[in-house]
Design a protein around this ligand. Sequence first.
Ligand code: 9WO
Length: 221
Amino acid sequence: MKITILTLFPEMFSALSESIIGRAQKQNKFTLDVVDIRKYTEDKHLKCDDYPFGGGAGMVMMAQPIGSCIEAVDPAHTARRIYLSPKGKTLTQEKVISLAEGADLVLLCGHYEGVDQRAIDLFIDEEISIGDYVLTGGELPAMVLVDCVARYLDGVLSPASLVDESFSENLLEYPQYTRPVEYRGLTVPEVLRSGNHAEIDKWRREQAVALTQKLRPDLLK
Ligand code: 9WO
């Protein structure tokens, strides 16, 4: 899979080269291409934003640099073109999986007070939100989407982790412990040290159900 990110702040994406995502890129599981929208402006001063028609605070990203940029990176429109926006449908794990199984992605990151609506109307397939809050730009949401999707690409996660995850569908995670057995008076539950894997699985499932009932009952409905 190829993910292309369109942004006025390409340096922000250096964060993605760290961790598991950087490793996946090195193993050629997917390609991440970060493209500076400014390279595509036809303005002689490289301007990419302008005052909003109708007045109001701040600046609006111009349609032309975005349009030219999208047409340059996805000329045949074979990718799914997504705009990260609070107006989109909220991202779910189900949606993440369907994106990971689908076409290449182009992620448009807005900044300032927004993007000229014509760039969205002409070039975007879908708007996606990562939650109900407003940020200063779509860059962090784009990174969240890349991280979620990359986990499902071949070789990023161990098959065992994905199996565990699918068994625990719609449940919160059970509590995890590592050494030492006792820390500040709190000890690791006996069952986890028993070596009885049937009992361990049973305990973990009970814990997951009880935690979900207590903290996120909405997930059980
Ligand atoms: C700012 C603003 C200021 C005055 C009047 C109206 C205004 N609208 C906005 C605004 O929506 N700014 C956005 C900032 C423009 C597009 C990029 N921005 C953004 C994306 N903030 N939050 C997101 C986002 C994306 C996906 N999921 C959650 C949040």
